[in-house]
Design a protein. Structure first.
Lengths: 200, 200
């Protein structure tokens, strides 16, 4: 029987998505699953729910800052809260979509390196200079990245991902779908693990 | 050295607070702590953050319904989603405040029985008939409950609890404070446990 992947909808500017990005592959591997990474832009998701991002809500913003650094320690993941935050991520996402379209093994490297550039090294991943530097580490020429970022088909794919995410019920990031069961938040990883073990 | 209690801010209509109410005492006991139960009304908290309750947000409402029943199974807690939902809880809270003022050991019983009446038995805890029935189980006369619910001092205590909650940063329920560290959500219980063990 073929097993479906763990589908992970995420935005590169989402700190809890970054935490999940570090942990989801070992979890999937323990259960013979793969991960399907689906980059989206969170803006339309917040529009759909009618809520402002937590980082713009009184009380929640303060709580989130404290919870994030504590959750990172709890999970054993290196994390430094970046400035500026949040940032636009459509360029980083389009490059990923190009690599995914080409079925390149560099796609997963791109994900981890972009997240690390932002949440470990504090670099502004909204700008092409930082993305060029990440690309160079993977032997991707800057001109290639620029071309992908301007490509209409990749822009359309990113929009389509957003539609797919909303159709799957995405109400925040990270958002997982495992065998049609939705899970929101890095704090649901223990439930995902139990789900893969026992369909509780 | 005296140890401070686990402070738990909650609203009787909050399902995740109910889940926490079942689990927090054994956790506290494992670490030689007590629980300080602080009933509040969630309305002013949502006003302060500017967000509507999740149950009134598109996508989040659908997700929450599924997440709640799955989280209850994951945690091993009996849960049936009640109708109507949410309900007004000031009467249930005022009775609790009266019992707490009297340092009555029935206070904790009241908490568990009101939560169970709503989230296990599906009874509308906003109405006095249901609260009377819960009270009878604890040998509290209905007239006593009615008198407490009308008492200005208890109304004022409930308002003051809300102020205290906002001052502590409460941005949702359940909201815990452990040695000045805030934790939001029943899904943070594992972090609270680690905190009590190791101050990570």
């Amino acid at each position: 029987m073929p097993v479906s992947p763990i589908i992970l909808f995420f935005d590169f500017t989402s700190p809890y998505s970054y935490l999940a990005s570090v942990l989801v592959e070992p979890l999937a591997a323990r259960h013979g699953r793969s991960v399907e990474w689906v980059p989206v832009l969170l803006g339309p998701v917040f529009e759909a729910t009618g809520a402002r991002p937590p980082s713009q809500q009184p009380l929640k913003a303060e709580y989130m800052a404290r919870d994030l650094s504590r959750s990172a320690r709890f999970l054993g993941v290196t994390y430094h809260h970046p400035q500026p935050f949040p940032v636009a991520t459509q360029q980083a996402a389009r490059v990923l979509l190009a690599l995914q379209r080409a079925r390149s093994p560099l796609a997963v490297d791109w994900i981890h390196r972009v997240f690390e550039a932002y949440f470990v090294d504090g670099q502004d991943i909204s700008g092409m200079p930082v993305l060029h530097a990440v690309g160079r580490g993977l032997r991707l020429p800057p001109e290639q990245l620029d071309a992908w970022c301007a490509e209409p088909e990749l822009k359309e794919r990113l929009r389509a991902n957003g539609q797919r995410a909303l159709a799957a019920g995405m109400c925040g990031a990270p958002y997982f779908v495992v065998d049609d069961e939705p899970f929101w938040g890095v704090d649901r990883l223990p439930q995902i693990e139990r789900w893969l073990q026992a369909r509780f």
